[in-house]
Design a protein around this ligand. Structure first.
Ligand SMILES: [Zn+2]
Length: 245
């Protein structure tokens, strides 16, 4: 999921690297829901946590705002974005369009090569293991990564980068709007999609993917709870090179 960070124009100096590390740390915490939608991102506290100036934090937050993960409210500061039900619908519609195109690309030339199928099966095994271990952060990450792996195998970098952004947006929407705690994706549904790909049944793969994305979207419901999050607890394990600089 490095595609968004790559697009943020981070360069090669150590200052730019630190910028990238901070952006990535916050992005990861949003992705695995340690920072739920609506969480206030206090500049001063983040500056203390990462051991950098407030200006550097402001620049990281502004980069995250550009990709829709953070909302900057005038005179009130930065918050983890909280997509509305309408925005969530748009994101899922975009995903259905993009992922249908990716599956068509994948199945255009007959059955997937054995190497590609092996990668998908290995990924499914990881998803099942994370689910069985009740490892929520890994389950969320792996379920998004399944879709990005399909994009990677389809071999269109532009669509893959677009999907990376959409998966992050839909994960935020799920965190903001899901009626009850549940995972983004079911490993079982992913397995059915891979089975269809294994037999080069593009029609079935596309139908299963559409149903899969609709099932996730149908679990969403408006939810106005404001989270109360301790930033120090979230970033308690920031790698030491990020401190004291
Ligand atoms: Zn999925």
């Amino acid at each position: 999921m490095a595609a968004i960070a790559d697009k943020m124009g981070v360069g090669k100096t150590s200052g730019a690297q630190r910028h990238e590390q901070i952006v990535q740390s916050i992005m990861d915490a949003i992705a695995d829901r340690r920072l739920p939608p609506g969480t206030k991102l206090t500049e001063e506290r983040l500056a203390q946590i990462f051991g950098v100036s407030r200006a550097r934090i402001r620049s990281a937050l502004s980069a995250l705002a550009q990709v829709g993960l953070v909302e900057l409210r005038p005179n009130r500061g930065a918050y983890v974005a909280r997509p509305s039900a309408d925005e969530a619908r748009e994101v899922f519609e975009a995903r259905r369009i993009v992922e249908r195109g990716l599956l068509e690309r994948l199945t255009r030339n007959g059955p997937l090569p054995p190497g590609a199928l092996a990668r998908l099966r290995a990924h499914l095994a990881q998803e099942r293991a994370a689910e069985a271990a009740n490892d929520r952060a890994s389950t969320i990450r792996l379920s998004g990564d399944f879709h990005l792996l399909l994009a990677d195998l389809a071999g269109n970098g532009t669509l893959a980068g677009f999907l990376d952004s959409l998966v992050r947006q839909s994960s935020l929407a799920i965190a903001a709007l899901e009626a009850r705690p549940a995972t983004d994706c079911s490993a079982h549904e992913h397995e059915a999609i891979v089975d269809a790909l294994a037999t080069a049944d593009g029609t079935a793969a596309n139908r299963l993917m559409t149903e899969h994305l609709e099932a996730i979207e149908n679990r969403l419901a408006p939810d106005a709870r404001a989270p109360d999050v301790d930033l120090f607890a979230v970033f308690g394990s920031v790698p030491s090179p990020l401190r004291g600089a």
